[in-house]
Design a protein around this ligand. Structure first.
Ligand SMILES: Nc1ncnc2c1ncn2[C@@H]1O[C@H](COP(=O)(O)OP(=O)(O)OP(=O)(O)O)[C@@H](O)[C@H]1O
Length: 225
């Protein structure tokens, strides 16, 4: 794809991506995730799901080699440092900072261009309201339930105004009813903000609700040591 064609491409393009480990190809993927749609990636343990996310986010471990390009909203970000890619990540564990209140966790992610403390506080409050956690700002994250922490983590990821979302089993610590709620919230925010989303999950229901294409990674013939 030449530079001029690239400029008009919205969404996340994974162009001829190939990841190798110890001289063997772990996975290959060539796809486009359109704005507001979810690509679900499934695969057995060891098939390379985390490595694929690491590559897209910009921190593939040095033991791996990769070729191909990551193109985000028309810009080739393959060689751009992770912190400048504007890609939001969410993992199985919420990973909230334990020494900060819930509101401080949220405000930490707000871009530094927004300097006004009042505005930052207001954005944090609005974010909590969006996931039905009004009034939780002053709480210690450790005192929240798993589902509440996951909702805060989701909003913290979104506060940074990412251009794409990579979700690595983000709902797996939630019980069934909370899982459905949080999942719905994530997908509706992604649609509202026209974010391309790559979701790694083992749950077929997640894939069904996401409604987008499903890519299955091949199981490695032999588990590398
Ligand atoms: N730092 C590393 N050095 C060498 N090999 C690694 C390293 N990290 C992971 N691997 C191997 O690379 C392969 C792919 O790992 P990866 O974590 O991407 O798979 P995964 O599909 O995410 O697995 P899981 O579902 O168990 O998290 C695995 O076989 C793993 O053992």
């Amino acid at each position: 794809m030449n530079a001029r064609t690239l400029q008009n491409q919205k969404g996340l393009i994974l162009e001829n991506v190939s990841i190798q480990l110890d001289g063997r190809t772990l996975l290959e993927l060539d796809t486009t995730i359109k704005p507001g749609t979810v690509l679900t990636v499934m695969g057995e343990s060891g098939s390379g799901k985390s490595s694929l996310l690491d590559f897209i986010a910009g921190f593939l471990k040095p033991d791996f080699k990769a070729t191909g390009r990551v193109i985000l909203d028309g810009t080739d970000v393959t060689a751009v440092p992770a912190q400048e890619r504007h890609i939001g990540l969410m993992f199985q564990s919420p990973l909230l900072f334990p020494h900060m209140s819930v509101a401080q966790n949220l405000m930490f992610a707000i871009p530094s261009e927004i300097k006004s403390r009042t505005v930052r506080q207001q954005l944090a409050e609005e974010a909590l309201g969006a996931v039905n956690l009004e009034g939780f700002g002053s709480k210690d994250p450790a005192k929240l339930s798993g589902g509440q922490q996951t909702r805060v983590a989701l909003m913290r990821t979104l506060m940074a105004r990412p251009k794409a979302l990579l979700l690595d089993e983000p709902f797996s610590s939630l019980d069934q009813s909370r899982r459905a709620d949080v999942r719905q919230k994530v997908f509706s925010i992604a649609t509202e903000r026209a974010l391309p989303v790559l979701l790694v999950t083992h749950d077929l229901e997640d894939a069904e609700v996401a409604g987008g294409p499903v890519h299955r990674l091949e199981t490695p013939a032999t588990e590398p040591q």
